[in-house]
Design a protein around this ligand. Structure first.
Ligand SMILES: Nc1nc2c(ncn2[C@@H]2O[C@H](COP(=O)(O)OP(=O)(O)OP(=O)(O)O)[C@@H](O)[C@H]2O)c(=O)[nH]1
Ligand SMILES: [Mg+2]
Length: 285
């Protein structure tokens, strides 16, 4: 697994001397991730965080998802289905709303919403409200027998369907079994595991294992880190993403629907102080 343990901090009186030292230590292909002025015993100094560029490229390759198909609707007319799963309160419903109501999110492809969260009081109303406000088609599915007709109705107007699911409580194994087999019937093209950035790394690994594919159920394909705005330091978030070994298409960093949704890799690289320029190629209006 790639990591940035090869990143090092260098301090000195001026940037060119510090950069020289970084180059001598880490090699000619060194990249300066971040620079700032600090006070060392009252004396102002330049501090840089630097890493060999191969380490950054490796991280990027590891986290970068395959691009979405250029034509989301399948040859048989079925829309592309993207499901969000994850622990209670992780941000699944809010993220589903962000994905579906953001204009141009999927280019010209038209989004729809589907929920199988019929368990939590208010769960489906929350999404229904967003769907109504943004005029996005919305379906609720209670039972495997309803899946086909719900997708058929959505496919009349939508090329991509965002699917919301209930939180998974370890205490209710039977309920979890029910919604997971419902999700299997839908057979989404992508299943994003939504995890809050503040989650402890060991817990994240346990949760991720619980959602991984088993003989009985389809597994997660992507990681979606939510609530980046809630961690005091973002540094560990990319390590968390790397440790779970799944590509990251999107992250969220706030409660605002739909604004607080960003492309995953550029935003994660920024957690190391890398330039935000890479984010400029993202921009549904
Ligand atoms: N700060 C912050 N809050 C968020 C973010 N995403 C969601 N939230 C908030 O987190 C809370 C829970 O969000 P939901 O979308 O309802 O979470 P959920 O995973 O659907 O929850 P369950 O359906 O109960 O499992 C709400 O108050 C959201 O506004 C985020 O990126 N940052
Ligand atoms: Mg929800």
């Amino acid at each position: 697994m790639p990591n940035l343990t090869s990143a090092e901090r260098f301090r000195g009186a001026d940037l060119s001397r510090v950069a020289d030292r970084a180059r001598r230590t880490l090699g000619d292909d060194v990249m300066i991730l971040h620079s700032r002025t600090v006070r060392d015993g009252g004396v102002p100094m330049v501090e840089v965080l630097a890493a060999p560029s191969y380490a950054i490229d490796a991280v990027r390759r590891h986290l970068e998802p395959k691009p979405l198909p250029t034509t989301l609707r399948k040859a048989d007319g079925r829309p592309y289905c993207i499901a969000l799963v994850g622990p209670t309160g992780a941000g699944k419903t809010t993220t589903a709303a962000k994905l579906a109501v953001r204009r141009g999110m999927f280019g010209a492809a038209r989004p729809g919403l589907l929920t199988i969260d019929t368990y939590r009081v208010g769960g489906m109303e929350q999404l229904a409200t967003y769907a109504e406000l943004a005029n996005v088609p919305f379906e609720v599915v209670y039972d495997a027998r309803e899946v086909e007709s719900a997708i058929k109705r959505l496919s009349q107007e939508c090329d991509v369907i965002i699917i919301d699911t209930p939180g998974r409580s370890p205490a209710s194994a039977e309920l979890t079994e029910r919604w997971r087999s419902l999700l299997d019937t839908i057979a989404p093209d992508e299943v994003h595991l939504v995890l809050p950035a503040s989650l402890r790394a060991d817990l994240a690994v346990d949760i991720s294992r619980a959602y991984a594919s088993s003989r009985a159920h389809c597994g997660t394909t992507h990681l979606l880190i939510s609530k980046l705005d809630e961690v005091p330091s973002e540094r560990g978030v990319t390590d968390l993403a790397l440790s779970l070994e799944m590509p990251t298409r999107w992250i969220t960093d706030g409660q605002d629907v739909p604004a607080d949704l960003k492309p995953g890799v550029p935003r994660l690289l920024r957690t190391w102080g890398l330039s935000a320029d890479a984010e400029s190629d993202w921009m549904p209006a």
